[in-house]
Structures are given as C-alpha cells and as structure tokens.
Ligand binder design. Structure first.
Ligand SMILES: Nc1ncnc2c1ncn2[C@@H]1O[C@H](COP(=O)(O)OP(=O)(O)OP(=O)(O)O)[C@@H](O)[C@H]1O
Ligand SMILES: [Mg+2]
Length: 358
C-alpha cells in the first residue's frame, strides 16, 4: 500500500523488513538557481520541490496531482535519477540512493529498475532510429537481452503493450499518438523495472485513447507486480489508477490519503477546488454552483509566506499567512500502516475546517 509519513515525523519511520517501502522519499528538495545580471550570478532559486516526503509500497500506485508548475515532474525526474536532489533522501528497497553513488555497477543496476514514461512520447524517442533499435540498444547494453534473443524479447513486450508485431522496423513518426505512448511504455518495460514514474502519460492523447492507456497501465501493473508513481493534473485519471493520492501545491504536499478518501472526502480547500474541476455528466450535480479556483499558481522563486495556498484560499485566516502548516494525520491512523488521511491546512487542523469547508 502506498503510504506517506508526515513531513515533520519522518525520523520515526522505523520499519521492519516486511514493511520496507519500495520507494521512500524524505524531505526531498530541488532548487534551481536563477541567474541574472551582466556578470551572470545567482540571484535566487526556483524552489520546484520544497520538502516532500512519501513512500510507495511494492505493487501499489501513488498518484501525484497538482497544477502545472507545482513540481510533479521534478519529483519524478529525481526518483529515476535524471536529476540530483538539492537536499533530502531517496531510498529504493531501503537503500539510500545517494550512498550508492560510489558503487557504479550497483547504481547502474538500480537505475534500470527505476524507469519513466514521459508525457510526450515523441520527444523521448529518437526519430532517426526504428523501434527495434530504440528498444534493443539499452537491453543489450545492460545485458538484459542477447543479440540472438533481443527480437524475441521485444516482440513479447510488443504483445504485452498491444503493438503490432509488424511495427518493429518502423520509425517513431510512423505511429499514432496512442501507439507512441505504448512504445514509451514498452521502452520502460524493456529494462525489467520494478518502479515506473508515469509522468502525465495520457494528457496528450484523445479521451478514448486515454482510457485504453490507463487500462493498459493497470493491467501491466497487475501482471508484472509493478510499483507506480502516476503524475497528473486532474484528480479524475489519477483517482482511476491510484491506491493513494498526494496533492501538491507549489513544491509541497498539502493533502494525502487513500484515493477513495481523497476523492470522496477531501478536506484541503485546494484539493476541493481540484475536484470541482473534474468534469461530471449532465446531471443535477452539474447544476450545482462550482467553486473554481481563481488566479494563477504563485511563484516557486518567491513562494508566499506561511501556507503557500493562502493567497488563493477563500478561507485564509491570519495564521495561514504566518505558519507553514505541517502535513498532519486527521484520523489518528498510524501512517506507517497506511490509511492515514493527512492534510497541511491550519484552518482544517484547528478543528473549524469541517464547518468552514463542509
Ligand atoms: N531545469 C530547470 N531549471 C529551472 N527551473 C526549472 C527547471 N525544471 C523545472 N523548473 C521549474 O520548476 C517548477 C516545477 O516544474 P515541474 O516541471 O516539476 O512542474 P510540473 O508540476 O511537472 O508542471 P506540469 O504539470 O506543467 O508538467 C516550475 O516553476 C518550472 O519552471
Ligand atoms: Mg510535469
């Protein structure tokens, strides 16, 4: 089960072997320097990810949701080693990835276990190579397949992801968008991963194709026992594939819980606003007035003091401008055992949240 520990209480996460999460992230930060001036120097930092903690148990899916620019992809890129964290720790199967840097061989092995499916499959596929070459090269390099077996192995993956066997010699531009995303998934699967970051894998696709790809991911997860981080803008698709959901706002997690709980009983005003944005069929529900979020997500370079959402929150009080709220369990469930519903909102946590937000 995907579970998360409070951002303040990670030190307590003493786990026995049976409960070691496949992926655990502690206080992850990523600051990008902003350069300016005539003699180029650092004038500030984009705080893309600013103290994020969560864990994902084997075979489970954690959905990461939030508006554009809140830091979702930056979390994903760090998990698969495309970027180094500025601060914080990432554990794979209990091993600190930073501590493994010195052991190049082991690091290389682990990197194959952590893969990513990108939002725009076209830009992640080399247009000059046909699909067989794109898939076979890394498999041969990492010793996952031999020269004699690569074709057979790749055809097996083609069957799994629903690509025609005859497409092996085609180039990326000769596929439809949905097929290209299947190639992206095949590419990730080709290295026998345990964990895949799916970074908005369906947002560039037609609605009908979106459903096919989401179902494919769910089926593959079941079949191969994969663990997923599923990144999305809206709660609709994320809810469909996830066991648990973490809602991000400006570099921080503001609410976390089981997917059902977040979808049916959200408490953070930001999560509620995200839910209001999920399209509903033409029923009475639709006729209810929707409280859609006003304004833009703030700046990651100069985030608001206190609760970062307070500048857009209709319920903000003085304390929201002053205190940085910690992610806190609402339901007294041990976060380590899963099932915790956590929120970082001073108004909800002060107990008047139900009345205010209800
Ligand atoms: N390499 C970089 N250098 C500087 N700033 C960056 C870099 N990569 C990302 N950022 C900034 O970090 C913040 C978070 O970016 P990120 O791509 O993680 O957001 P996101 O939540 O994935 O957004 P989207 O939903 O649009 O994909 C943004 O303000 C972005 O401009
Ligand atoms: Mg992104």
């Amino acid at each position: 089960m995907a579970e998360l520990y409070g951002q303040a209480g990670m030190g307590e996460a003493m786990l026995d072997e049976n409960t070691i999460p496949l992926i655990q992230v502690e206080n992850l930060k990523k600051y990008y320097p902003v350069r300016g001036g005539i003699i180029t120097h650092t004038t500030g930092y984009v705080k893309a990810v600013d103290g994020v903690s969560f864990s994902v148990m084997r075979g489970q899916t954690l959905g990461l949701v939030g508006e554009s620019g809140c830091g979702k992809s930056t979390v994903g890129r760090q998990l698969v080693g495309l970027e180094e964290p500025t601060e914080g720790r990432i554990y794979y199967n209990g091993c600190d990835l930073a501590a493994l840097q010195k052991n190049k061989k082991e690091m290389q092995r682990i990197r194959t276990k952590l893969q990513m499916v990108f939002q725009d499959p076209y830009s992640s596929l080399n247009p000059r190579k046909h699909i067989f070459e794109i898939l076979a090269q890394p498999m041969l390099y990492h010793g996952i397949s031999g020269k004699d077996t690569a074709e057979k192995d790749i055809l097996k993956i083609f069957d799994m992801v629903g690509l025609p066997r005859t497409a092996l010699g085609r180039y990326p531009h000769e596929f439809s968008g949905g097929q290209r995303q299947r190639i992206g998934i095949a590419k990730a699967l080709s290295l026998n991963p345990e964990f895949i970051v799916c970074d908005e894998p369906v947002s560039a696709l037609d609605v009908s194709i979106q459903a096919q790809i989401l179902n494919l991911l769910k089926d593959l997860q079941k079949e191969l026992g994969l663990t997923l981080l599923f990144v999305g803008h809206g709660l609709g698709a994320v809810n469909y594939v996830s066991d648990c959901i973490a809602v991000m706002y400006l570099g921080k997690i503001v609410e976390y819980g089981k997917a059902k709980e977040i979808f049916n009983n959200p408490v953070h005003p930001y999560t509620k606003a995200l839910l209001e944005a999920v399209p509903v069929p033409d029923t009475q529900e639709k006729k209810k007035e929707r409280r859609l979020l006003q304004g833009e997500i703030g700046s990651s370079t100069n985030p608001p003091e206190g609760c970062r959402f307070h500048t857009r929150c209709p319920y903000a009080q003085e304390k929201c401008r002053q205190e940085v709220p910690a992610l806190t369990s609402l339901n007294c469930v041990d976060a380590k055992k899963g099932g915790a519903h956590m929120v970082a909102c001073p108004v909800v946590l002060s107990g008047v949240g139900e009345a205010v937000h209800g």
